[in-house]
Design a protein around this ligand. Structure first.
Ligand SMILES: [Zn+2]
Length: 281
């Protein structure tokens, strides 16, 4: 569920609140813990984390990367959190209400606080690793959507086939955009989500690139304002079309369309985003 704009703010909050702090204890839930927590070091997930300090918090695509200082000598390790569709992180005092089923908890001392990994469906993953390339699919990720240059965007797009929405939300093309923000970006670019990439004109590709940048950057500000320190929240009430099927398009006033295909909901405005004659009827 969290995509680039949310994870930017989660990273900022966690960087400010956790860097320099020591993990005193790690707990895994009996059922979900072993499913979401993956140890790639061979020395154990809890064993590898306990006693280490958080030295950095970064984001790469839809991964949050916690750089861990050595407990007693090298090597430095990374805890990479990929919340996928249903995972979230929550920072709370030990008595704070849980945002959902908690599978992994990192405990910190002074002030006593915990970082919880909450996941309704246990779809996400937390990898403990000495090498990022050891994380499945990590090395295949394309450039970050917030950093990709216009020329790289255009060149990479030519290498992909299929419908533009699917390509835009593929990590191999660009890292960070999922189902929700793909809808928002395409609405802003006035492009039908089921247009084939190969049919886009260079003017349309430039419009798409510009729309992606504006949408992501504006959304980061809105997410920050709505989320505050509550990093487990998913503020999305500012969306123009995503999850707004049947409501009015904020640009033209037509009803927002909704199509469900392959378990994914797509929302768009047929008036502002014409075309897509094959599937988008
Ligand atoms: Zn419209």
């Amino acid at each position: 569920m969290p995509e680039l704009p949310e994870l930017e703010i989660v990273r900022d909050v966690l960087r400010r609140r956790l860097v320099g702090r020591r993990i005193t204890e790690v707990s895994l839930s009996p059922k979900g813990g072993p499913i979401v927590a993956r140890d790639l070091t061979g020395h154990g997930f809890r064993e590898g984390l306990t006693g280490r300090s958080i030295e950095s918090v970064q984001r790469r695509g839809k991964f949050l990367l916690f750089g861990l200082g050595p407990e007693a000598g090298p090597p430095p390790l990374t805890l990479a959190v990929n919340p996928k569709l249903t995972g979230r992180l929550q920072l709370s005092g030990p008595a704070g209400k849980k945002a959902g089923p908690v599978h992994v908890t990192l405990h910190f001392e002074a002030p006593t606080e915990e970082l919880r990994y909450v996941d309704q469906k246990r779809m996400g993953q937390l990898y403990l690793t000495a090498e990022l390339a050891a994380i499945p699919t990590f090395a295949e990720m394309g450039p970050d959507a917030l950093e990709v240059l216009a020329e790289t965007f255009r060149n990479r797009l030519r290498r992909f086939r299929g419908e533009i929405k699917g390509v835009l939300s593929r990590e191999q093309f660009l890292a960070g955009i999922g189902n929700a923000y793909a809808d928002e970006i395409l609405w802003r670019a006035r492009l039908h989500p089921y247009r084939k990439v190969g049919t886009l004109t260079s003017e349309e590709i430039d419009r798409l690139y510009a729309a992606m940048n504006v949408t992501l950057r504006e959304s980061i500000g809105k997410v920050e304002a709505a989320m505050g320190e509550d990093i487990h929240l998913k503020p999305r009430d500012f969306f123009a079309v995503h999850m707004r099927g049947g409501k009015l398009c904020p640009r033209c006033g037509a009803r927002v369309s909704e199509i469900t295909a392959g378990g994914r909901i797509t929302n768009f405005c047929r008036t502002c985003q014409p075309g897509g004659l094959i599937r988008g009827l």
